[in-house]
Design a binder for this molecule. Structure first.
Ligand code: SAM
Length: 339
């Protein structure tokens, strides 16, 4: 490598500092935890009033706001008064708050990422190494955390579900099982769009209850069924389609194969298995690699490529027959059971 000029070296040095810096991520979280963006959106523009309304010392609020003004999250309006920039406005959305407020589930994603160094060495979940329990155990033991996670997944689902509905021929499906289907949002959308369709949700207790309430609330109790159980156990047999939406990426290969095998067994001989996942391309996007490393940190798993899904499917007694890119960086991966 050629010797860098002093100015190129200084640029590279500044870039490294910016890449490695943890200050901004934590300042954002501190500000969101105090509710500063939401207060600013309500028209609170002075440091004193922001401090009074958030209950934090004036000195700390001044520092947070000064830093975030330099970063373009707040803008000075007049004198010492501040308001939100367009980026700052985004911090007031529910999804941003779930990711950044230290009381919400996003803080556990941060905990997982702090376990990335040991995860990178061992290949096992960084979250477990740091928290001493798995992420799913943490949700089981903390109702508020689980509610925060389910709210995040529901908000995200509202974005990608229309893509899934549009990208698949649902008219040939009479009975569908959504395996690990969260609070049943995808099934709700399908039941609403296809009046002949019947749906089963298989979920752990907490999400299953939400799903049951949602189906009853929409008047779908007679066309839906909720099974409280684990996808590591036998699944309801004989449906036309078994959906696994963003489930397989939560699990390392051995567990992923066990889940797929349960779907293959239940779908055999004429059913299909449909995965909704991020499909990592040979030249992956930054977004896919961010998700991939988060899955490593959280679960010791990762986002997979088509050859990796093909290998998992083969090991589980399935043929991967088709993949199709849909919106929001997701793909449909369709499999049929081997005879
Ligand atoms: C990443 S979420 C995906 C939820 C939903 N499919 C979606 O895309 O919005 C994974 C889901 O798997 C469920 N899950 C985890 N372990 C499970 C198990 N052993 N059996 C059934 N569901 C499980 C979780 O409760 C969670 O709702």
């Amino acid at each position: 490598m050629t010797e860098l000029s002093p100015s190129d070296r200084a640029t590279a040095q500044a870039e490294l500092v910016s890449l490695a810096d943890l200050t901004t991520p934590y300042v954002l979280r501190a500000a969101v935890g105090l509710g500063l963006p939401t207060l600013a959106k309500k028209g609170i523009t002075t440091i004193e009033e922001l401090a009074k309304r958030s209950g934090a010392p004036v000195r700390t609020v001044r520092s947070l706001v000064a830093y975030l003004t330099l970063k373009g999250v707040f803008v000075r309006s007049s004198g010492d008064n501040v308001e939100l920039s367009a980026v700052g406005e985004l911090l007031t959305t529910d999804q941003a708050r779930i990711m950044l407020d230290p009381r919400e589930v996003g803080s556990h994603l941060g905990l997982a990422l702090s376990g990335l160094p040991p995860a990178a060495r061992s290949g096992a979940a960084g979250y477990d190494a740091v928290a001493g329990r798995s992420f799913w155990q943490a949700l089981d033991q903390d109702d508020a955390l689980a509610a925060s996670f389910d709210r995040y997944m529901a908000g995200w689902a509202a974005q990608w579900i229309p893509d899934v509905l549009a990208a698949y021929d649902w008219s040939k499906v009479a009975r569908v099982v959504d395996v690990g289907g969260g609070d049943g949002r995808l099934l709700l959308a399908l039941l609403s769009s296809y009046p002949e369709l019947r749906g089963t949700l298989v979920e752990l207790e907490r999400a299953a209850k939400r799903g049951r309430d949602a189906f009853a609330g929409k008047g779908f109790a007679d066309r839906s069924n909720v099974v409280v159980g684990s996808f590591f156990d036998p699944l309801p047999a004989g449906a036309d389609l078994y959906i696994l939406a963003q489930v397989i990426h939560d699990w390392p290969d051995d567990e992923a194969i066990r889940i797929l095998r349960r779907c293959a067994d239940a779908a055999r001989p004429n059913g299909r298995v449909l995965l909704v996942e991020r499909l990592v391309e040979p030249l992956p996007s930054l977004q896919h690699m961010r998700a991939d490393l988060l899955m490593l940190a959280l679960f010791g798993s990762g986002e997979r490529s088509r050859p990796e899904f093909t290998r998992l499917a083969d090991a589980a007694g399935l043929h991967l027959i088709n993949t199709r890119t849909i919106g929001h960086d997701l793909s449909l991966i369709e499999c049929v059971p081997c005879p």
